[in-house]
Design a protein around this ligand. Structure first.
Ligand code: AMP
Length: 215
């Protein structure tokens, strides 16, 4: 059983790196942001509660986040473990999490703010199949269309300069202290998020003592 948390500012590659780990080791990728986005897209009651907060780049209420995480983990569909992405994001969430679950490691993807701005503002998403693109490093073959399903690509509602600045501020003020909390438990593995994605994946596997990434 492998239980990991992946942390890093938006655009640091958490989603992509989590997916690569999960595919190979049969782990379940639990992205709190993806769960919320699903609810917004499907117009659920929860979606209505979080839509505006998310679009502004602000943090959703802790009680709501905790109930979503608890419900997701209670599904127990993670026989080999999980990678939690986007949680915990402040001290209270970290306390809730550490009281309820043991974790083996925190993967911390490091990326300077300027690089975050460059990446996030060129990010595009397929609302149909969830595929992520980047107009700098990972362009779709046909402009504005998903390579996988052909759907029109969109910009995430919270990938605007204003929302990004709010998220960067929250990250530095609220999420960094969470890292310090985990550091005291000696479970944090710092990984440079700047190299190409295969190199980052390899660095994660090396530091976690996992078999090599074959690309
Ligand atoms: P992400 O995809 O992780 O960037 O999350 C997108 C948005 O969902 C965030 O900007 C928040 O509005 C909300 N969100 C995701 N995870 C959390 C969390 N742990 N605590 C509060 N809000 C969250």
């Amino acid at each position: 059983m492998r239980k990991y948390v992946i942390m890093g500012v938006q655009g640091s590659g958490k989603g992509t790196q989590s997916q690569l780990l999960c595919e190979e080791f049969d782990l379940v990728h639990i992205s709190v942001g993806d769960i919320f986005r699903w609810h917004v897209r499907n117009h659920t009651k929860l979606g209505a509660q979080v839509r505006r907060i998310m679009a502004a780049g602000e943090l959703v209420d802790d009680d709501l986040v905790e109930s979503v995480v608890r419900r997701r983990l209670d599904d127990h569909d993670w026989n080999y473990g999980f990678v939690i992405d986007g949680f915990p994001r402040n001290g209270r969430q970290a306390e809730f999490f550490m009281e309820s679950y043991d974790i083996d490691a925190v993967i911390h993807l490091e990326l300077p703010d300027d690089e975050v701005r460059r990446r996030v503002l060129s990010r595009r998403l397929c609302p149909n199949c969830g595929m992520d693109y980047n107009l700098i490093a990972d362009r779709p073959e046909q402009e504005g269309r998903c390579d996988i399903c052909g759907h029109e690509l969109v910009t995430r509602a919270d990938d605007t300069p204003e929302a990004l600045e709010a998220r960067l501020r929250d990250y530095h003020e609220k999420t960094r202290p969470v890292l310090e909390l985990f550091r005291r438990k000696e479970v944090v593995h710092d990984v440079d998020g700047r190299p190409p994605l295969g190199d980052v994946q390899q660095a994660i596997r090396t530091t976690l003592g996992l078999p090599a990434y074959k690309g």
